[in-house]
Design a binder for this molecule. Structure first.
Ligand code: ADP
Ligand code: MG
Length: 453
């Protein structure tokens, strides 16, 4: 590193930060190093100011040598670092000096929650009320109702929304609560960085000691990531023992996440598993109305009905369609009529509808269950084949719009009654078997079948 001409403590610190930024994680940099102030270079001692005792202790424990060596290198001489507490620093960056000190430190740790994802903007219906109730219970009494809470459901059904809502709600009633909201991906990156930059202590400190509520989105993504699972497992145990709330979301049930350690699976099942299903027609209408009202979008009943009928399995796409129509209309100055909506969404609806053929369903189902299409069409009665075969028949009937006799033919020349009874069986099982529901949902998601039912 090049030496700087240093008399000015602030300049020295700036140079140090440039050096440090490349060597520690973004989190450590932002939280611990950047807020420091270099007050003085007095002989062989560099005096750094830190905002509170806690930060001072933490820095001494973890980064003292790193700071000393970095500064020494810049100055070209051995030095000592003196870390002193200066409470004025805590207020320095605060825009509102009236703000009490304690809130300031909460803000420092502020979690990045989407401000729109709160309970009051979440529309409840039969498809999601169980998950909503569970999320509310957890937010009202963290760690006392269900721990962990495992929120599970297909893409775009509101998992992230509920997870954030829990965070907002807890912060509203307990502003000093230490909440960590993160995605599995981000969590994984932190693990990687902690290993790479030898900052595991800081990482542990953050997740095990400085966390009252841990919210992790899309936990299924840690599948196959051994070190991340290992870290998560220990964090889980520590937080659980300390009676801290843990909430995770996933698009699959614990036992369907591949390549995940058994002991983690088991822990996910300790608490409550709450699923979110695709919303019913009425809920879809209510979501559209609420969104239109909140955002001041013009939307008449006919268009609402059209959207709710045509986009069925994903709230994100429902919202997307609404926004698209409104944006289109405001650009062209057109009024949003039913015809207009139909026209704007025509390509979306048609292309999706066309792509769903019996063949594509067979192929996808076979892939999903890891069997061959040939086996699905065969007469073989092995258990591992029967379920995929029935699911494929059910989905073909539901989404490809083919008749029973037609399907019979396409499933290896079977009688149409075989197809009928397979469909009935799956329909019945879907009502009582959440695991099957999630399998079917996932396949439907892959089929992208929100245009038909
Ligand atoms: P997921 O995390 O399950 O993929 P999100 O939470 O990101 O889904 O939800 C997708 C979008 O749909 C978000 O904009 C969210 O606000 C909205 N959304 C989902 N469910 C509801 C609901 N019940 N009421 C209102 N908005 C919802
Ligand atoms: Mg999400």
């Amino acid at each position: 590193m090049s030496k700087v001409d240093i008399e000015d403590p602030e300049e020295l610190w700036r140079a140090f930060l440039v050096h440090a930024k490349e060597r520690v994680s973004g989190h450590v940099y932002e939280t611990w190093l950047k807020p420091l102030r270099c007050a003085e270079i007095a002989g062989e001692t560099v005096r750094l100011e830190v905002r509170d005792q806690f930060s001072r202790d933490w820095l001494c424990d973890h980064y003292c040598d790193f700071i000393r060596d970095g500064l020494a290198e810049l100055l070209g001489a051995a030095i000592a670092v003196d870390l002193v507490v200066n409470p004025a620093l805590a207020v320095r960056s605060e825009p509102d000096p009236e703000e009490p000190q304690q809130v300031e430190s909460t803000k420092e740790r502020r979690v990045h929650l989407n401000p729109r994802y709160i309970f009051s903007s979440f529309v409840s219906g039969p498809s999601n009320q169980f998950a909503l109730a569970a999320a509310r219970a957890v937010a009202d009494k963290p760690a006392l109702s269900y721990n962990p809470l495992f929120l599970f459901g297909g893409t775009g059904l509101g998992k992230t929304h509920l997870l954030s809502a829990i965070g907002h709600q807890v912060l509203a009633s307990k502003p000093e609560a230490k909440i960590i909201y993160t995605s599995s991906e981000q969590f994984m990156n932190e693990v990687v960085n902690a290993v790479r930059f030898s900052t595991m202590d800081a990482f542990h400190q953050k997740y095990r000691r400085n966390c009252d509520i841990l919210l992790i989105d899309d936990i299924q993504m840690i599948a196959g990531k051994d070190r991340t699972q290992h870290e998560f497992f220990h964090i889980f145990n520590t937080l659980y023992d300390l009676q801290r709330q843990i909430v995770v979301t996933s698009d699959r049930l614990p036992h369907e996440i591949p390549e995940i350690e058994e002991r983690l699976r088991t822990r996910f099942q300790w608490g409550l598993i709450a699923d979110i299903q695709p919303p019913e027609y009425e809920t879809r209408v209510a979501i559209l109305r609420k969104k239109a009202m909140t955002d001041g979008l013009p939307l008449n009943a006919e268009v609402t009905d059209f959207l709710a009928k045509n986009i069925r399995s994903n709230v994100r796409e429902l919202e997307g369609a609404l926004v698209r129509i409104v944006a289109h209309a405001s650009l062209t100055g057109a009024t949003i009529t039913l015809d207009y909506a139909r026209q704007v969404l025509a390509d979306v609806l048609v292309s999706r509808a066309q792509s769903i053929s019996v063949e594509s369903i067979q192929k996808l189902v076979a892939q999903y269950f890891q069997v061959r299409v040939l086996d699905i069409k065969s007469q073989r009665r092995m258990k591992v084949l029967v379920r995929p075969r029935q699911v494929a028949m059910y989905l073909s009937r539901k989404h490809a719009g083919a008749s029973y006799p037609d399907l019979g033919q396409r499933f290896g020349d079977k009688d149409h009654t075989t197809i009928m009874s397979a469909c009935k069986k799956i329909e019945a099982r879907l009502k009582e078997d959440p695991s099957l529901r999630s399998q079917v949902l996932e396949i439907e998601r892959q089929l992208d079948v929100h245009t038909k039912q």
